[in-house]
Every structure is written in C-alpha cells, then in structure tokens.
Write a protein that binds this ligand. Sequence first.
Ligand code: FO1
Length: 319
Amino acid sequence: MSAKRRIVALSGGVGGAKLAQGLDMLDDVDLTIVVNTGDDFEHLGLMISPDIDSVVYALAGLSDVDRGWGRADESWHFMEEIRRLGGEDWFLLGDRDLAMHIARTNAIRLGEPLSSFTLRIARRLGIRARIVPMTDDAVRTIITSDEGRLAFQRYFVGLRCEPIVRSVDFEGAPSARPVAELETEFADPGPDAIIICPSNPYLSIDPILSIPGIADMLSASHAPVVAVSPIIGGQAVKGPTAKIMNELGLAVTNDTIAGHYGDLIDGIVIDHGDRCPVAASPLACLSVPTLMHTVEDKVSLARKTVDFALSLSQPERVG
Ligand code: FO1
C-alpha cells in the first residue's frame, strides 16, 4: 500500500468543518486541521472554543447538522434554569455541549494547553485527524462596526451579525505563537498539500494567517496551497461572508476571494455554476459542485480538492 498523503487544512467552524469531515474520511489522507480560535471567549466562567468544537463534533459524527453548531440530540435544561435565575441567556449552551466546556475549562485551569486538551479529546472521541488550535495564546477577533468595537460573539450571536462591519482585528495576534504541532507538521519533508476550507476568509481564516509565522510556513512549504471558495452564485452558503464583503466594499465574487489570498494560494476550487477568477497571475482553478448537504457531498468535494491540490505539486528537482 502506498504511503498516505499528508494534508494540512485550515478551518473555521461550520462550513470549514464540513470539508474537514470529508477530508478525514479519505483513507489515503493523513490529516492535520488547524482551527481558528479568534471566536473563543469566556462565558459564564467557561472557556468556549466554538470553531474547535464544530470541527470536533463534525469529525466525531456528533454535530447537529441542521443548526450547524453544537451537539445533535441536544437538550436545553441548563439554559432554562440559567434564564430562571436571571443569568445571561443570549449565547446558547446545550446540556451535552456543556460537558465539553466544563472539561476544557477545568483542564486549562489545571495548566493543560488548549492544543493538548483538543488532541486528547479528539483521540477519546475516536477522531483520526489531528485537530489543533492555531495557537495556545489568547487571540480575540474584534469587529469594528457602525455600533462600535464588538467582541466577536457579541457581534455574531448577540447582534446576529446586524452591525455594519468597518474592519476586523485580531487582538493578541502580534505576540501569539503558532501551536507547536505546526512546527512539527511543516518540518522537512512537510505536508503534501495545504487546503484552505470554505470558511469565511475575513472572520475565520485571517485570524489563523494573522499569527506570526503561519503564513510564512505556508509560503515556504513546497506543498501546493488550494483554497475552496465559500461563495456560490454570488452568495455565501451560510453566515455573513457575503454581507461583510458588501460592507467592506468588495464584490462578492471568486475574484475577490482569490485576490484576498493572493500569492499564498496556487489554486482555487469554485462551484461548478460560477466563473473561475480572472486573476492577474495564472491561478489554477477547479470547478466542481461545492455545496455540501450529505456526507457523500463532503467526501466527494474532499476527494476532488485533494486530487486537484496534488496535481499542482512541482516534481522534486534533481541536481
Ligand atoms: N451560534 C449561534 O448562532 N447562537 C448561539 O447561541 C450559539 C451558541 C454556541 C455555543 C457553543 C458553540 O460551540 C457554538 C455556538 N454557536 C452559536 C456557534 C458560534 O457562534 C459560531 O459557529 C462561530 O463562532 C462562528 O464560526
């Protein structure tokens, strides 16, 4: 049997987790997923890492597919009781999900890094892939909007993404260090391909690329970097990507997505109904169905994306 191909994927929550799940189901892939933690926050005394949990639940087959976040088969007794006590109820924590937040908060208070906790929990839930936060340091996404500066979950959940976005910052990023597992991952010989999942580039992927060293690791790697566009027919499948692009004065097109990642990417995967970007420099483009409703859709897009990325590899030069 030939050796597995080493793939590093960059992912946010819901949309990214779907492709990550497909990638994890490919038998010939050895997968590491680097996850955004800019959405993390402390709530009711608990450390919440929404994107990590979305990826963990998706890969463990535990996620609520319709809601897009949290646990399937969830109940809400805790929320009912916190409401009765006059506690904060704008951010929903299901009873099953609560166990994850309590376990994480306890581990971190006892001195375990987020990365070690996440790897441990993923293994315990039978997940094959290595799931790592982008950093063990605190980085917080801040939205500057027409309603002022907002912490991410206040904007996203509390205000339902309604404020008009002027800019996005990643507090703590300049002094944050990439998670140690990434150094190992990119040490010689490094990955065979790097895939940017169809997450929101501005809210979910940029925080990862804002950690000093991560974009450099991607650029220095011999592996082709391929982004899967989150835009289909001029709209985002879910979430505020298109709304934010409009507010930032950007056309909601694959050209904008390609231009945003610029020289970092060697190829882009777009939906079969859309046009390939007319980029300044030649950019490889694969046009396939990118909507992922079923497990088969996720595996199919993952297969096509991996094969496309590997087809862009430069053969090693000898001499
Ligand atoms: N999203 C919501 O729209 N409303 C919620 O009340 C909410 C609670 C929540 C709890 C735990 C968790 O892991 C995720 C949760 N999310 C909720 C999703 C989360 O805000 C987003 O998925 C991400 O931060 C954006 O990627």
